[in-house]
Write a protein that binds this ligand. Sequence first.
Ligand code: URA
Length: 236
Amino acid sequence: MRINKYLALCGLSSRRNSEIFVREGKVKINGRTVTDLSTDVKDTDIVTVNNERLLPTEEHIYIMLNKPKGYVCTTSDELGRKTVLQLLGSKYEGKRIFPIGRLDYDTEGLLLLTTDGDVANRIMHPKSEVPKTYVAKIEGEITEAELAKLRGGVILDGVKTKKCKVRLKDFTDNISRVEVVITEGRNRQVRRMFDSINREVVFLKRVAIGELKLGGLYRGTSRELNAKEIEYLKKV
Ligand code: URA
């Protein structure tokens, strides 16, 4: 098995991120540093990362978190900001849990975390096209013509966004609440889509990833996925 796949199976990180550990020379097989991504691992090999032994684990952890704003979706932050892992509590200390994809610092809502690099990879892969549902609040009354522009695709960094579902949920107290369902995961995509039509998102929350819904989970709290939800994720 290729080294990056093996590392992901051990719950180190997603396969793509595992490559970074290899490139940075942090991975050793039987005591020898490997930096070649085409290296294979045999059953009898001893693999270490930062001199700590790794073993493939079957018992993966799958968590749904309601991320509040003001947290970063990385395992550590060079600016010393709070990370989503700090919301999980001591039960998960020492487990190699990482977020599946990202929500911006200022965005809240459904974030999945896992130790399962393979599942994370599949969900994040552009080909999987898992729909992600957001609720965006915009100041003022947004028009149907503006929503239609977003649905048809807008240009971000020279590339058109894919067709998506956009609908006005309601308009009260001078705020339009808009539901947006996208199948891509480009950087700050929802905020930039609205920017492109000169509308600023003043609040953004992800409420669903595919069939998984945030439901009534309180802001800042988390729960483990149930068997049915895990089965769904594995089939995505
Ligand atoms: N779109 C955004 O603008 N921000 C997110 O965090 C997710 C999607």
